[in-house]
Design a protein around this ligand. Structure first.
Ligand code: COA
Length: 582
C-alpha cells in the first residue's frame, strides 16, 4: 500500500512505524503537519491509499479525511479521548494502558476504532512510556489494523455513545494548577508522579531557591531526608529536594526567566553556585552497589558471572564533555577488573545520542564547546577500540543516534533489542561531518558502499534491518527487558567459553593489521579537520540546525529525504527519481 504519514515531527514512534511498515512491504512517505493547505497538497501529490497520523497536534483537514481513509494513533485505550492521555494515565496510577487506532472524523479521537492494544503500566516518565510501551503497542495496533483493512468483512467499531450524545471518555489537557507540587505535604511517590506525568513536556512549573523553573527527570531518594522542600544535596549536576518522607533527585531544569530561559540544562548549572552555596555534593561512586530505586546513580558499573557491566543513564542519551570524561574514567576502571567480557549497557530509553547539544548551545562559545565535547567522545571511543585484552559488547536496550551509534560500534559485538531504532548518520544536524572514528568503524562493519548509503540516506534503521546489513551482530528478546536478561546470559556464556582466549588473540592481531594499514589517529585527524569547518568555518549550518533542534523550532517544510511524494513531484519528467528509492 501507499501510506502517507502526516505527523508533527519524525519522532521516535513515527520512525519506528516507518521502519516497520516499510518492512511489511508498504511504501511510506512523510509530510510534516505545517498547515492545512500544505497537507492537502501532499495528499494531492501522493494520492495515498491511507493516511496515518502517528504524532499529530492538530486536526486533519476535513477535505483530507473525507477523501482518503485517515487513521489517528492515539496513546490511550479504547474509548479514551483527549490531548493528555498519558499524563492522565500516570496521574491516575492506571495499572493498564493502551494505544488505539481510530479513523479520523469531525470530532477529535472519536472516530471508529480499527484496533486497540493494551499494555501494563510501568513506574516511569511519560516520555519513557511513550518511547517504549506506547511505541511497541502502536506498532502492534497499526499492524493489526492493516490486516483488518484486507478483510472485506471487517467493520471498525464505533465508540460507545454517552447519554448526552457524546462518544467515549473525553479528558482535557492538564492545567498548571493540577500539576502543582506542594513540597510541605506531598510525599516522594506523589512528587515523582507529578513530575513524570509532565516529563518531557511541558514539565512541572515550580520555584527553587527563588528561581521559577520547570522540572525534568526525577528519581526517588530513600536514604536522605531533610526539611520538606529544601535542597539536601547535589550529585553530578542533579539536585536532591527533600519531601515529607524522603527526597527526589531532579536532574534537569528549564529556567523560566533570565538569560537562557529556554534551555533544559543540568539543575546545578541552572541554579548556579551562588544559590547552591551550602548545599553539599553527595558523590556516589559508579561501583557502589545501591538498591534498585533507592537513589539516583547516573553511571553504574558492576561485575557479575565474569562479565563487567557499564550502564549510563544520561538524560535523553546526550553526553556532555564531563559526562564522557566520567564515563571514560569508569570504563578504565572496569577494564582493570578481572572480567574478560565487558558489556556497555547505555541507558534504558536511549543508548546514546552523541554530543550534548543543549549544553553546547548554553555556552558562550558554542564552537569551542562542540570541539571539546567531540574530543571527549573521541577519547572514550578510542579507549573502547583499544581495549585489546577484553571482549567488548554494546548491548542496546534503547535507541541510539548520530555519534552514539558509532560509540556503540567501537565494541567487538553489537546486540540490539528488537524495537531499537538506529540513526547512524550526522547530516541532519546541519550537514555535520561527524567523528567518533566513524570513517574507520562503519566501513569495517558494512563495507564502504553501504557506509556511504547509510550516511547519505539519513534514515532510521530498525534492529532487524541493521542485522541484515551486518551493522549489528544479534537481535533477540521479546522486548527490552527480555533482551537485557538474555544479553546477560549470552555475555556470561562468552566469558565462560573455551575460545575466548583465541577470540581475544584474533581481535588483537586484527587491530594490529588495521593500524599497520592506516593508523587510527589519522581517521580522527581527518574527521576533526572536517569538523573544524563545521564548527569554526564560514558555513553556519550546524549552528543553525543545533539552535533549531534544541529550541524545538517548528518545521517550515518536510525534508525531501522523507517526503517521497515531493521528490517524485520534483523529478516528474526528468526520470531521475523512482518509487521505493530510499
Ligand atoms: N543533545 C541534547 N539533547 C538531545 C540530543 C543530543 N545529542 N539528542 C536528543 N536530545 C533530546 C531532545 O532535545 C529531546 O529533548 P526534550 O524531550 O527534552 O525536548 C529528547 O532528547 C528526545 O529527542 P527527540 O528528537 O524527541 O527523540 P527521538 O527519539 O524522536 O529522536 C534522534 C532521536 C537521535 C533522531 C534525535 O534526537 C536527534 O537527531 N538527536 C541529535 C543527534 C545528533 O545530531 N547528535 C549530535 C552529533 S553526535
Amino acid at each position: 500500500m501507499r501510506i502517507l504519514f502526516l505527523t508533527h515531527g519524525f519522532n521516535s514512534l513515527t520512525q519506528r512505524l516507518f521502519v516497520e511498515l516499510r518492512r511489511l512491504g508498504h511504501e511510506v512517505s512523510i509530510e510534516f503537519d505545517i498547515n492545512d493547505r500544505v497537507t492537502e497538497e501532499a495528499v494531492e501529490l501522493y494520492r495515498p491509499d491511507l493516511v496515518i497520523a502517528p504524532f499529530l497536534k492538530r486536526a486533519i483537514p476535513e477535505v483530507v479525511w473525507r477523501g482518503t481513509r485517515c487513521w489517528i494513533v492515539h496513546p490511550g485505550p479504547l474509548g479514551d479521548r483527549g490531548p493528555a492521555a498519558l499524563d492522565w494515565a500516570i496521574e491516575d496510577e492506571a495499572r493498564e494502558w493502551g494505544v488505539t487506532v481510530l479513523q479520523a472524523d469531525a470530532a477529535m479521537d472519536a472516530g471508529d476504532v480499527w484496533a486497540s492494544v493494551s499494555f501494563p503500566m510501568r513506574n516511569a516518565s511519560k516520555s519513557s512510556l511513550y518511547r517504549r510501551e506506547v511505541t511497541d503497542a502502536a506498532v502492534q495496533a497499526v499492524t493489526v489494523a492493516l490486516g483488518r483493512l484486507q478483510d472485506p468483512g471487517f467493520r471498525p467499531e464505533p465508540l460507545a455513545v454517552n447519554p448526552d450524545g457524546s462518544r467515549g471518555r473525553w479528558r482535557p489537557a492538564f492545567t498548571a494548577a493540577q500539576r502543582r507540587i506542594d513540597w510541605q505535604r506531598d510525599d516522594t511517590t506523589s512528587v515523582l508522579r507529578r513530575i513524570r506525568a509532565a516529563d518531557g513536556s511541558p514539565g512541572v512549573r515550580d520555584e527553587i531557591l527563588g528561581l521559577p523553573v520547570r522540572l525534568y527527570n526525577a528519581w526517588p531518594e530513600w536514604n536522605l531526608s531533610g526539611e520538606p522542600g529544601t535542597l539536601i544535596g547535589t550529585r553530578d549536576g542533579a539536585i536532591c529536594r527533600a519531601t515529607v518522607d524522603g527526597g527526589v533527585w531532579i536532574t534537569h531544569l528549564r529556567a523560566l526567566e533570565g538569560g537562557r530561559r529556554d534551555l533544559k540544562l543540568p539543575a546545578v548549572q541552572v541554579l548556579g553556585p551562588q544559590r547552591l552555596a551550602g548545599v553539599p555534593e553527595i558523590p556516589l561512586d559508579p561501583f557502589t552497589v545501591v538498591g534498585t530505586g533507592d537513589t539516583w546513580q547516573e553511571i553504574r558499573a558492576w561485575n557479575e558471572d565474569g562479565v563487567g557491566y557499564l550502564a549510563f543513564e544520561f538524560h535523553n542519551g546526550a553526553m556532555s564533555t564531563d559526562q564522557c570524561r566520567r564515563l571514560q574514567a569508569a570504563w578504565e576502571r572496569l577494564r582493570r577488573t578481572s572480567a574478560r567480557v565487558l558489556v556497555l549497557l547505555g541507558g534504558g530509553d536511549f543508548w546514546s545520542n552523541g554530543i550534548h547539544l543543549h549544553r553546547i548551545e548554553a555556552e558562550e562559545n558554542a564552537a569551542e564547546a562542540s570541539w571539546d565535547n567531540i574530543e571527549a567522545m573521541n577519547d572514550l571511543t578510542r579507549s573502547i577500540i583499544e581495549t585489546g585484552d577484553r571482549l567488548v559488547v554494546s548491548a542496546l536496550r534503547g535507541n541510539a543516534g548520530a555519534g552514539g551509534v558509532f560509540l556503540a560500534l567501537a565494541a567487538d559485538e553489537m546486540w540490539c533489542a528488537p524495537g531499537v531504532i538506529l540513526n547512524p548518520h550526522y547530516k541532519n544536524m546541519g550537514n555535520l561531518y561527524g567523528s567518533e572514528y566513524w570513517t574507520y568503524l562503519l566501513p569495517r562493519r558494512v563495507g564502504p558502499k553501504a557506509a556511504r548509503e547509510i550516511m547519505g540516506n539519513r534514515l532510521p534503521i530498525g534492529a532487524s534491518q541493521a542485522r541484515e546489513i551486518a551493522l549489528v551482530d544479534a537481535v533477540f528478546g521479546t522486548d527490552a527487558a527480555d533482551f537485557a536478561a538474555q544479553a546477560a546470559c549470552r555475555a556470561a556464556g562468552l566469558a565462560a567459553s573455551g575460545d575466548l582466549e583465541a577470540r581475544l588473540q584474533a581481535k588483537q592481531s586484527g587491530r594490529r593489521r588495521d593500524e599497520a594499514s592506516r593508523p587510527l589517529a589519522t581517521y580522527r585527524e581527518e574527521e576533526m579537520r572536517r569538523m573544524r569547518l563545521n564548527f569554526f568555518g564560514f558555513d553556519p549550518s550546524y549552528h543553525v540546525a543545533r539552535y533549531n533542534f534544541v529550541h524545538r523550532v517548528p518545521h517550515s517544510r518536510t525534508p525531501l529525504h522523507l517526503a517521497l511524494h515531493r521528490r517524485i513531484g520534483a523529478a516528474a519528467g526528468t526520470g531521475t527519481i523512482t518509487r521505493n528509492q530510499p
